[in-house]
Design a protein around this ligand. Structure first.
Ligand SMILES: *[C@@H]1O[C@H](CO)[C@@H](O)[C@H](O)[C@H]1NC(C)=O
Ligand SMILES: *[C@@H]1O[C@H](CO)[C@@H](O)[C@H](O)[C@H]1NC(C)=O
Ligand SMILES: *[C@@H]1O[C@H](CO)[C@@H](O)[C@H](O)[C@H]1NC(C)=O
Ligand SMILES: *[C@@H]1O[C@H](CO)[C@@H](O)[C@H](O)[C@H]1NC(C)=O
Ligand SMILES: *[C@@H]1O[C@H](CO)[C@@H](O)[C@H](O)[C@H]1NC(C)=O
Ligand SMILES: *[C@@H]1O[C@H](CO)[C@@H](O)[C@H](O)[C@H]1NC(C)=O
Ligand SMILES: *[C@@H]1O[C@H](CO)[C@@H](O)[C@H](O)[C@H]1NC(C)=O
Ligand SMILES: *[C@@H]1O[C@H](CO)[C@@H](O)[C@H](O)[C@H]1NC(C)=O
Ligand SMILES: *[C@@H]1O[C@H](CO)[C@@H](O)[C@H](O)[C@H]1NC(C)=O
Length: 470
């Protein structure tokens, strides 16, 4: 996904910055020694600095591993990702390193708090401390890093609130604070960070509402607020985020309906809002006309009612659809059969009735099909072997027959659950020679005949759970 290239783009767009900011004169010898000394001082506090073995007076500072200097000889970048560095950042904060533009210590073993005097690097535009073991609060002094464009503190154990003062970082394009232990509410002031392209606050303990002010972040392309305790309705103002392509609100306590204004977010690619208590009679029809590029749509485990609109066939690029765990009723629309890229279809645990349209069985990309716990009936249609499905669950319905036992022709099928239906007749022997099948459940039906288990030709070790009763 394009979003993942964010960091790279920041580097690119700022490539010229060091030139502009570099002091005209070359570094004095005293200054050069002082910055080398400062770095070595920090190294000496680390409990594991094996990867920094080149950091020594024997080598010129600008040749040290992970150290980049500007043309003037000032250290501008520190970059040591995944180097098992263990220790605190305390001794790093030295006025001798005030020429630093970027710090990237992603994926190390840094401990302790983020020192408040990290704000003494006035030119810093990139600060990445993600995937470490940092604890304590996010220092409000970060607001002094006025040139900051990229701030990533995700995957640590930071606690306390998201400081309101971060909103003073108006140059910020990327704010990633996910996977920490942050609490309190999302500050309304974040709406002032008008250059923000990516906002990631997922997997914390943030409560309260989603602030309507976030609708002012006109540049936002990606918003991840998932896995918190957010408790509010969805602000219609978010519909103003017309550049948004990724929105993850899942695993919160959000309620109320899907605002129609969301249809204005016409770049939407992944919309994930499952596992809340959102409700509404069906899905606003405007979504189907306007979200022309949607690939993943997840509103599973909410309280939606009504039918699945046939307009869903207009989502030509749909790959994943999760509507399970709601109260959708009526028939599965035939129009879903035109979603040629659909590979995950999860409509389980609703009140859908009628049969499965043969067009669904005919889908060419289908990999995962879960229609369990509905009131579907009649014949299970043939599943297109071209689709190479691996997971099919049709249990807990009222199916009475199976067209051609097409499951036998699926070359990669691993999981097949047809339990608790009204199926009868003879179980075809072709099932027992399926090499890939790991789980088969035919129980709770009325099949006849005796069957030999375990499955003949395949590795018995891979047949982890075969439950069959007749
Ligand atoms: C110290 O760092 C080195 C270099 O990254 C790594 O190979 C080694 O496993 C680390 N030692 C410990 C005890 O973590
Ligand atoms: C920066 O803060 C750390 C921890 O709070 C402290 O140990 C260090 O001496 C400070 N450095 C400067 C230059 O003030
Ligand atoms: C998360 O923060 C709370 C206080 O807000 C604290 O009680 C809890 O121990 C923290 N959990 C972890 C895993 O750090
Ligand atoms: C944002 O959306 C709200 C509600 O949908 C609307 O009333 C408001 O005018 C919009 N704001 C701007 C600046 O367009
Ligand atoms: C659909 O999106 C366009 C912008 O692409 C917007 O102008 C229009 O208002 C949207 N329609 C609805 C019904 O939201
Ligand atoms: C979820 O919302 C419905 C109304 O939309 C309400 O009746 C129900 O009590 C809510 N459930 C929870 C767990 O809040
Ligand atoms: C819905 O909730 C159930 C039960 O908590 C869970 O097993 C399932 O994975 C959820 N489905 C989705 C699509 O999130
Ligand atoms: C299944 O797809 C094939 C071509 O992909 C088409 O010819 C056939 O009519 C389809 N059958 C159904 C029942 O949709
Ligand atoms: C059983 O599994 C092993 C390794 O997983 C594989 O090498 C072997 O070919 C398998 N045998 C059969 C009969 O599938």
């Amino acid at each position: 996904m394009a979003i993942q290239h964010g960091l790279f783009l920041v580097y690119l767009s700022l490539l010229l910055l060091p030139l502009c900011m570099a002091k005209a004169t070359t570094i004095h010898q005293g200054e050069a020694q002082a910055q080398a000394h400062a770095l070595l001082q920090w190294k000496s506090t680390l409990l594991n600095s094996t990867s920094l073995s080149s950091w020594s007076h024997a080598n010129p500072t600008c040749s040290w591993f992970g150290v980049i200097c500007g043309v003037s000889g000032h250290v501008t970048d520190l970059e040591a990702e995944g180097c098992s560095l263990r220790g605190t950042l305390d001794a790093l904060c030295s006025s001798k390193l005030s020429s630093l533009l970027t710090i990237n210590f992603d994926n190390n073993d840094l401990v302790g708090a983020i020192p408040v005097n990290i704000s003494m690097f006035p030119s810093l535009y990139l600060l990445v401390l993600s995937t470490n073991n940092l604890v304590g609060p996010i220092p409000y002094q970060l607001r002094e890093l006025r040139h900051l464009r990229y701030l990533d503190l995700s995957s640590n154990r930071l606690s306390g609130p998201v400081p309101r003062s971060l909103s003073m970082l108006t140059m910020l394009h990327y704010l990633k604070l996910g996977q920490n232990n942050l609490s309190g509410e999302i500050p309304e002031e974040l709406g002032l960070m008008h250059r923000l392209e990516e906002l990631e606050l997922n997997t914390n303990s943030l409560g309260g509402p989603i602030p309507a002010s976030l609708g002012k972040l006109r540049m936002l392309a990606s918003m991840d607020l998932s896995d918190n305790d957010l408790c509010s309705t969805l602000p219609p103002e978010l519909g103003n985020l017309t550049r948004l392509s990724y929105m993850d609100l899942s695993f919160n306590k959000l309620h109320g309906g899907l605002p129609r204004t969301f249809s204005m977010m016409s770049k939407m690619y992944m919309f994930l809002a499952g596992n809340n208590n959102l409700s509404g009679n069906s899905i606003p029809l405007e979504f189907f006309t306007n979200w022309t590029t949607i690939s993943s749509f997840d509103i599973a485990n909410n309280s939606f009612t009504g039918s699945i609109p046939p307009e869903i066939g207009q989502w030509e690029n749909l790959g994943e659809l999760f509507l399970s765990g709601n109260s959708f009723m009526g028939a599965i629309p035939i129009e879903l059969g035109s979603s040629v890229f659909l590979y995950t279809l999860d409509l389980a645990s609703n009140q859908l009735n009628n049969g499965i349209p043969s067009e669904i069985g005919n889908l060419t990309s289908l990999d995962f099909l879960d229609l369990s716990s509905n009131q579907l009936e009649g014949e299970i249609p043939a599943i297109n072997p071209e689709a190479d499905a691996t997971y099919i669950v049709l249990s807990g319905n009222k199916f009475t027959s199976i067209r051609d036992w097409s499951f036998c022709q699926l070359p990669s099928l691993q999981f097949l659950d047809l339990s608790n239906n009204r199926l009868s007749g003879v179980i075809p022997s072709c099932l027992w020679s399926m090499q890939t099948l790991e789980y088969l459940d035919l129980s709770g039906n009325s099949f006849d005949g005796e069957v030999t288990i375990p499955i003949g030709n395949s590795n018995s070790s891979s047949n982890t759970a075969v439950a069959a009763s007749f």
